[in-house]
Design a protein around this ligand. Structure first.
Ligand SMILES: Cc1cc2nc3c(=O)[nH]c(=O)nc-3n(C[C@H](O)[C@H](O)[C@H](O)COP(=O)(O)OP(=O)(O)OC[C@H]3O[C@@H](n4cnc5c(N)ncnc54)[C@H](O)[C@@H]3O)c2cc1C
Length: 501
């Protein structure tokens, strides 16, 4: 179907674009359409399936909603109890060859004594620094040193954050952490340590839900189905935005005119492919280099056997040390049994976790099966070898006891996502303050979403969806966009302003 002109055009059918589309559909004000280069909805919140039938998301996706409107929408899309599994958040940090319950600093009693001493000494120093400090910390590293001190910085925060962000903590700002993150209680840490106590990690009712079918991508395909199919146009790639003419050009030669444009493409891509007044393009191009990202490799492993009790209760795990390339592993088969093939499905063994054990029987055999999903970051400061990262990851799984050497692997998955994480770099906010107002105020272009507005702290699925919803309200009614402008505010409370009905 071809559309030549609409009042509001949405680019992208990830959570942000679907949020915009949902709001446009609900408000029923003027004409609209949504276009995406992909064949279906989901964006980075999609799910792949291997030839053997194992599902893998784009890394660990857990919903922690701050908005009643978002809850309404996903409930409408997947309304039945059987559509979801509910899980306790059980999360650990692998440190010094033991599992330290999250949050790390409250559970240092499980570490060797000399590390406990380093951690507590550092926290005492940090408390003194906080009392004396006259100004706010200038970067993430200073923030870590003031909040946690040298011991925990070196044991966990610095190495872990380099593995996640692929830039040093000195190159990152700390405003994105928000005012809500309090320093750990020194009293609690010391008493837990002396009493050899392990503190519960997320509080008594910390649960999350995960779709029974189709992984995280199943949510967004279901949300897309609640929208009029004729307004969702897939396999349409935007090659140019003529801002002055309010026209989007497509790679198939087509074009669409709009009054308001809500784009969720990468902001860097938009800037590189924008036509507008010369001085505006210059402003945008000058600010663009301060938008920094890392890539994310997602590596999935399907394993034959029963999920071992040593990791059976765990959801996701953090890895600060260099005995494995990944920063996080998710026990993905724990989220839904449908993330693996059924037990009766017969699959050949591909390899043992430790290949030096020889070759497993290649005759297809029945399950049961379980699965692991790992994330590895990449940047120019932290290169990753595409050819060897799968092998390194499997080796890391054995080194960290996620797998045993004689576990039989029946399926593997590796995909690189570029970009994966929008880096809260030192100059990010300055760059966004130059770019976003020019686009919105001069050209009616609302660039929003994980890479549309480049703010990690409001880059989860619920935030992204609401960035789209709020962009529509801004474009049509001039309403303020709380998620974009006040991340601390939206993250600190439950937003019940908008409802679906
Ligand atoms: C590793 C990782 C872990 C995450 N973990 C969590 C989590 O635990 N919890 C959580 O809630 N969220 C998580 N997220 C975030 C979640 O995936 C994002 O919130 C969400 O996908 C961002 O939505 P978006 O619509 O802004 O962007 P995207 O999902 O990137 O969607 C953008 C869409 O635009 C389309 N597009 C791009 N360029 C063009 C073009 N030129 N023409 C046409 N179409 C185009 C793309 O095809 C895509 O569909 C995670 C993300 C990653 C990468």
């Amino acid at each position: 179907m071809s559309v030549q002109s609409v009042d509001t055009l949405v680019i992208g059918a990830g959570p942000t674009g679907l949020g915009a589309a949902k709001r446009l559909h609900q408000l029923n004000q003027g004409t609209w359409a949504l276009i995406d280069s992909a064949p279906e909805a989901g964006g980075l919140a999609s799910t792949d399936i291997t030839d053997e039938g194992f599902l893998f998301d784009v890394g660990g996706h857990v919903i922690f909603s701050h908005y009643a409107y978002f809850d309404d929408v996903i409930h409408e899309a997947l309304p039945k109890d059987g559509d979801w599994y509910e899980h306790q958040r059980v999360s650990y940090v692998r440190s010094k060859n033991v599992w330290v319950p999250y949050p790390y600093q409250n559970n240092i009693s499980v570490l060797p004594v000399d590390d406990q001493v380093k951690a507590i000494e550092g926290m005492i120093d940090a408390a003194e620094v906080r009392v004396r400090a006259k100004d706010a910390p200038q970067n993430f590293d200073e923030w870590i040193m003031r909040m946690m001190g040298q011991g925990i910085a070196d044991l966990f925060m610095r190495p872990y954050n380099f593995k996640v962000w692929a830039v040093p903590t000195t190159d990152m700002q700390c405003k994105w952490l928000g005012e809500r993150v309090a320093a750990p209680s020194l009293k609690l840490v010391v008493s837990n340590t002396l009493n050899k106590k392990v503190a519960g990690n997320w509080g008594p009712n910390a649960t999350f839900k995960f779709p029974a079918e189709g992984g995280t991508g199943g949510i967004w395909k279901a949300v897309a189905k609640t929208l009029p199919a004729e307004k969702l146009l897939f396999k349409k790639t935007v090659s140019k935005v003529d801002a002055a003419a309010h026209t989007v050009h497509l790679s198939d030669g087509g074009s669409i005119k709009y009054k308001h444009l809500i784009t969720t493409m990468g902001l860097d891509y938009l800037i590189d492919n924008l036509d507008g007044a010369q001085e505006d393009i210059k402003t945008l191009q000058t600010a663009k280099p301060d938008l920094i990202y890392s890539s994310t490799h997602v590596i999935g492993i399907g394993i034959r056997g029963v999920l071992p009790p040593r990791i059976g209760d765990k959801c996701w795990l953090y890895f600060p040390e260099d005995d494995c390339p990944f920063y996080r592993a998710t026990i993905f088969s724990n989220y839904s049994p449908n993330n693996c093939p059924q037990e009766g499905v017969k699959l050949p063994g591909l390899q043992y976790a430790d290949p030096s054990k020889g070759k497993p029987d290649s005759e297809p055999q029945a399950g049961p099966y379980w699965s692991l999903m790992m994330e590895v970051s990449e940047s120019h400061l932290k290169p990753v070898d595409m050819q060897t990262i799968l092998e390194e990851t499997i080796r890391g799984c054995v080194a960290t006891e996620l797998m045993k050497p004689d576990d039989v692997i029946v399926s593997t998955y590796h995909r690189k996502f570029t970009p994966g994480y929008p880096t809260p770099s030192l100059k990010r906010d300055e760059a966004l303050a130059k770019i976003l107002p020019v686009l919105a105020d001069k050209y009616d272009i609302y660039s929003r979403g994980r890479f549309g507005s480049w703010k990690y702290e409001v880059g989860n699925q619920d935030h992204s969806f609401m960035l789209g919803v709020e962009a529509v309200d801004r474009a049509l009614y001039g309403s303020p966009e709380m998620t974009l402008t006040s991340p601390d505010f939206v993250n600190g409370r439950r937003n019940t302003e908008r409802r679906l009905q």
